[in-house]
Design a protein around this ligand. Sequence first.
Ligand code: CU
Length: 338
Amino acid sequence: MSDRAGAPGRPAGAHPLQDIRRIFAIWIALSIVGDLIFWFVAGPHVPPGDMTSSASGAQFDFNVLFMVALPVILGVWTYMGYAVLMWRASRPGVPDPVGGPRARSNLKVQLWWIVLTTITVLGMFIFGTVELIVPAGAGGAEGPNPIWTPTSKTILPVQVIAQQWKFTYRYPTFGGMETNTLVIPDNTTIAFHVTSLDVIHSFWAYQLGVKIDANPGVDDIGYTTTNQLGRFSVRCNELCGIWHGAMWDFGKVVTKSQFMRWGEATERAHADNTKYLPPFAWTYVPTANTTTGVTVANTSGQAPFSKVQKYGATTSAKKTLKNVVTATSTITTGGSTG
Ligand SMILES: [Cu+2]
């Protein structure tokens, strides 16, 4: 408005930055109180919890990012609230505080704005990148050749096989047995090798903080380390057909000794079935549309079995490992998914 040009802006004697200082003080107070309440009251309950390294990592990351975001929204609300209360047109005798020459070309304000927003965004970028790398992929998939691998030397490999509309789990260090239930030991690093027999699915073990795409013909690897006993849910997280919504089950984290007992007992109990399964491989090829109508091991381009992924490897399991490597070199691909 033209009448602002050259207008004094406010009564003589009032400091021109008084409003800004008040807003700043209110904002800082609200931000500190809000961040502390969030961190200590809500933070520990933020999903997906702290059952594994990747779950607690995701919870920590979310909480940190929320503590950065909360002051931003509180800044907007504080300014809005202050403007409505103090600068509304119906308040008699209050001049418009924003406008005129003072509102333009304020180098100090412009510099602060650019510096603070740049630090905020770059800080979140660096934080996010570090948090992805340090915990070995943060519970996500890294494809068949992971760049970020855990330091543990006793990793339990578990193969997750998705198909319409079910997950099954193969344990190469327990004779290559295949189960309906995912059971894993506590305080152990798990390497999930996720693959699919048909369409694209996604293995989402919610409380484990693990979500790995299941692609046919791909050995998609993701890591996590268990920290707590208990049950967790597994869901398919990729629309995969009419019964996608029914593609879920439950798994459990048990103690190491319970796990060994379960693994060895299940391996024995499943022995008669296991011998009719295709030999353990990192991917499989369904040949249901050919005359054989079975699933076979797809051994083309297989990487050798990882030396550190031998948790629970018994004598029979070591035999299995040998068979896997042998199979890699002798059996050819049984078919093509096109
Ligand atoms: Cu699915």
